[in-house]
Design a protein around this ligand. Structure first.
Ligand code: C2E
Ligand code: C2E
Ligand code: C2E
Length: 86
C-alpha cells in the first residue's frame, strides 16, 4: 500500500535537490554532499545511495523509510518509479 514501502533503488536527483528550500532538504542535501565527498563523485546529475542510508535519513526526518520515500517523490528528488508498486 502507498506510504508504507521504502524505495528499492535510491537515485537522488541532485539538480532538483539544489532547487528546493534548505529548511526542507537541508539534512538530505548535507548527507548527499558528504557521500559525494567520500566517493570523490562531484560531477554527476544523480547520486545512487545505499538502502541503509535511506533508513538513517528516515530517522533524521522522523518518518518511516516508506514515508520518506513518498516525500522524496513528492519533492521530485526521487522519480515516481522509485515507489514499489502497491
Ligand atoms: P544506471 O545504474 O541506470 O545508471 C545510469 C547513469 O546514471 C550512470 O551511467 C551515471 O551517469 C548515472 N549515475 C547513477 N548513479 C550515480 C552516482 O552515484 N554518481 C554519479 N556520478 N552518476 C551516477 P554510467 O556511469 O555510464 O553507468 C551505466 C550503467 O553501468 C549503470 O546504469 C549501471 O547499470 C552500471 N553501473 C555503473 N556503475 C555501477 C556500480 O557502481 N554498480 C553497479 N551494479 N552497476 C553500475
Ligand atoms: P567503504 O564502505 O569501506 O567502501 C569501500 C569501497 O567499496 C567503496 O569505495 C566502493 O568502491 C565499494 N563499495 C562498498 N559498498 C558498495 C556498494 O554497495 N556498491 C558499490 N558500487 N560499491 C561499494 P568508495 O566508493 O570510494 O567509497 C569510499 C567510502 O566512502 C566508503 O568506504 C564509505 O565509507 C563511504 N561511502 C561512499 N558512498 C557511500 C554511501 O552511499 N553511503 C555510505 N554510508 N557511505 C558511503
Ligand atoms: P550497486 O553497486 O548496484 O549495488 C547493489 C547492492 O549490492 C547494494 O545495495 C549492496 O546491497 C550490494 N553491494 C554492492 N557492492 C557491495 C559491497 O562492496 N559490499 C557490500 N556489503 N554490499 C555490496 P545498496 O547498499 O543499497 O547500494 C545501492 C547503490 O548505491 C549501489 O548499487 C551503488 O550504486 C551505490 N553505492 C552504495 N555504496 C557505495 C559506495 O560505497 N561507493 C559507491 N561508489 N557507490 C555506492
Amino acid at each position: 500500500p502507498s506510504g508504507s514501502e521504502p524505495a528499492t533503488k535510491i537515485v537522488i536527483n541532485l539538480e532538483r535537490l539544489q532547487q528546493l528550500p534548505a529548511d526542507k532538504v537541508g539534512p538530505l542535501a548535507r548527507y548527499a554532499a558528504a557521500i559525494q565527498s567520500q566517493r570523490g563523485d562531484y560531477n554527476g546529475k544523480v547520486l545512487s545511495i545505499r538502502a541503509e542510508d535511506l533508513r538513517s535519513l528516515s530517522i533524521i526526518y522522523d518518518m518511516t523509510p516508506g514515508e520518506l520515500t513518498d516525500q522524496l517523490i513528492e519533492w521530485g528528488v526521487l522519480p515516481p518509479e522509485a515507489r514499489p508498486t502497491a
